[in-house]
Design a protein around this ligand. Structure first.
Ligand SMILES: [Zn+2]
Length: 171
């Protein structure tokens, strides 16, 4: 009983971190990641100054090209909070999010993005973020990645089912 009460009073001071401390944590994760064999990126998802989840890039460790620090941190945060909606949270990334992570951040409804290094810094050490951003600005037919649109007449069935579904869990 006494211990619980102490925890309650200590909790706000102990866990609250300002934005520089949170970014410093993301940066520390990025540095640890390089030493551990991952990519040089770290990310922290925080809410009201408290770390909800933190992660580093594990693309080469997990053989997962989607295992960027931000995606890994979002997955951990949603699992911890038991929701797909991270409204009220902010993300601190040691580097500007790539288009994939930016999309994930939008889908997660995270309120605000803080980053330190930017896409040009990443490009300078051989990461493709800036190239993908440039691709997005081009019409589909002019991108380097081939795209072919077909079979929408069959694929539309799932959309029609979704539209009609009364008890869908919208996100
Ligand atoms: Zn990314």
């Amino acid at each position: 009983m006494k211990l619980n009460l102490m925890y309650y009073f200590m909790k706000p001071d102990k866990l609250y971190m300002d934005k520089r401390e949170l970014m410093r944590r993301a940066i520390a994760l990025s540095i640890e990641s390089v030493k551990a064999g991952g990519g040089p990126f770290g990310a922290v998802v925080a809410r009201d100054g408290e770390i909800i989840a933190e992660a580093s890039n594990s693309v080469t460790i997990d053989n997962d090209p989607t295992a960027h620090a931000e995606v890994n941190a979002i997955r951990k945060a949603t699992r911890r909070l038991g929701t797909f909606d991270l409204s009220g949270c902010e993300i601190y990334s040691s580097c500007e999010p790539c288009p994939m992570c930016l999309g994930a951040i939008y889908w997660a409804h995270i309120d605000k993005i803080y980053f330190a290094n930017d896409r040009k810094d990443a490009a300078a050490i051989g990461f493709d973020d800036d190239f993908i951003y440039q691709e997005l600005e081009l019409p589909v037919g002019q991108r380097r990645k081939a795209v072919e649109v077909f079979m929408a007449d069959e694929a539309i069935e799932a959309f029609e089912l979704w539209k009609q579904k009364a008890d869908k869990n919208e996100y």
